[in-house]
Design a protein around this ligand. Sequence first.
Ligand SMILES: NC(=O)c1ccc[n+]([C@@H]2O[C@H](COP(=O)([O-])OP(=O)(O)OC[C@H]3O[C@@H](n4cnc5c(N)ncnc54)[C@H](OP(=O)(O)O)[C@@H]3O)[C@@H](O)[C@H]2O)c1
Length: 330
Amino acid sequence: MADNKQEKYSNPFNATFTGIMDLFRKHEPAGELKPTDRFDGKTVLVDGASSGLGFAIAIEVARRGAKVIMVCRSGIPGKGEKVKRLSRSDDIHMLQVDYSDLLSIRRLVAGIRDQFGKIDILICNAGLVPKKSRKTPQGLEEMFMVNYLSKFIFVNLLLKENCFRHSGSGHPRIIFVSSETHRNPRKFDWDSFGVYKEYSINKSLELYGYYKLLLTTFAVELSRRLNADEFKYSVFAICPGPINSNIGREAPKIFHPLMKLIFALFFKSPPRAAIPVVYLAASPDMENKPFDYLFLMSREEADEKALNPENGKRLWEMSVQLVESIWVLD
Ligand SMILES: NC(=O)c1ccc[n+]([C@@H]2O[C@H](COP(=O)([O-])OP(=O)(O)OC[C@H]3O[C@@H](n4cnc5c(N)ncnc54)[C@H](OP(=O)(O)O)[C@@H]3O)[C@@H](O)[C@H]2O)c1
């Protein structure tokens, strides 16, 4: 089995094996989510909240007193009603988005600005592993857009519209759900950045890792830029570990019974996987930190490619150029 980081997640079998082995490795916890870690008076936005990890995060933050904005592509209003029931909170709100579509992201940001004004904590969780490449309305590749570029656009629009609350009760926190697969790619492929390319299921996981590398590099660079003069925002990235969620929904049907079994036996339930994410969002331990990366509940260095300022600067500039080009086409 692969023992070098570059090959650990290169195909579904290696990725599943690595994920399971990682769960059995001993991890030094960064801290602990306590019953006193609450969100009273705070607004928490979580996206991808219709399923898996995002749904579980929505319930946990609602139980801990937050006003919750569930941003979902599907499941409106049913999933929100379920979160209300399970959390015993009525302060649950829903907004619709399709992150593959630039127009939809703009509508989402307008909705947040007009209906809620400010948010305190943003949890960017939505993601997918498609079975093949698909074109977005603006001609980009869907996984590139949903797993990386939409987050660049979304966060920058929220910043532009002044949607983060700066108050006495702590700095805004921006959390990206990434993945240890971000360590997989050997290097950045700058030449094909944003260029639509055809692929099928055997390439999906490799590209998934690459887009998580882009996401993690963006998270580091975002923190660098937002906190250049003084500390104003906490930006965190996390790999929640393997989760018994719907992430494998596009895998060939023939593998579904086996995947269901392995996921149920070895992977974490969404409520358990949500704990470190909620820790990042709620814990006073995380105050005054411009950046941190957790794998499960333990603190790790993000991959050196993501931490490299030259890569961060290049990614940022190329993302701006790409967004401007699709904005014009729009
Ligand atoms: N599962 C794992 O083992 C694992 C491991 C490491 C990291 N992660 C990360 O954890 C995050 C959550 O995934 P999950 O495991 O909870 O999977 P999931 O159950 O499939 O949930 C994914 C969520 O993303 C949403 N989404 C997908 N495409 C979207 C789009 N175009 N616009 C808006 N929302 C969209 C889905 O909405 P719909 O329900 O409408 O499709 C769903 O709510 C992802 O970022 C994933 O990469 C997962």
